[in-house]
Design a protein around this ligand. Structure first.
Ligand code: FES
Ligand code: FES
Length: 182
């Protein structure tokens, strides 16, 4: 006589459903529950401005702002972000570029650009809490972000110039920043 089959476990959904405050818009999203915030942004929401780098918390290219703090989105479980405020590079500009985006472009602080979204978000968080950072404070705030193109100097100068413009100062890049020492 065949043995009775054990009862099936109750079916559980294979999708997590959360709602983000994403770049100022209430955004519901469903996804496989093991996914990181980086994966959900890129794969489920189509926001590919946040870059996929080491996935080990070492390069900073996946930096976004979570409740206004810079986080490495490759290390954050998306399921832990329900109801939270997420800002990505797609939300930086409005009808025109954010001053940081302008100065990164004008000063050559973005070359291949792969690291740039992470730097922009980390710099934005810094300038929101400290409108007049010193060079050392900028260096420290960006120390978790790696760039293999610029040598960092242009990035620091771009943050300083954007900070001055955000303070309402009329600031232009130094000629030696644009054209090098003569
Ligand atoms: S991809 Fe997240 S720190 Fe490198
Ligand atoms: S601009 Fe290429 S890695 Fe930073």
């Amino acid at each position: 006589m065949p043995r009775p089959r054990p009862p099936r476990p109750p079916r559980t959904s294979d999708r997590a459903l959360i709602t983000l405050d994403l770049n100022g818009e209430r955004t519901p999203v469903a996804f496989a529950p093991h996914k990181t915030l980086l994966e959900v942004l890129r794969e489920d929401l189509g926001l590919t401005g946040t870059k996929h780098g080491c996935e080990l918390g070492e390069c900073g290219t996946c930096t976004v702002l979570l409740d206004d703090q810079p986080v490495l989105s490759c290390l954050v479980l998306a399921a832990a972000c329900d109801g939270r405020r997420v800002r990505t590079v797609e939300g930086m500009g409005g009808s025109r570029l954010h001053p940081l985006q302008e100065t990164f472009a004008d000063l050559g602080a973005a070359q291949c650009g792969y690291c740039t979204p992470g730097f922009l978000l980390a710099a934005r968080a810094l300038l929101e809490r400290n409108p007049a950072p010193t060079r050392d404070q900028i260096r420290e705030a960006l120390s978790g972000n790696l760039c293999r193109c610029t040598g960092y100097l242009k990035i620091y100068e771009a943050v300083e110039l954007a900070a001055a413009r955000l303070r309402g100062e009329t600031a232009e890049p130094k000629p030696e920043t644009l054209y090098g020492l003569r």
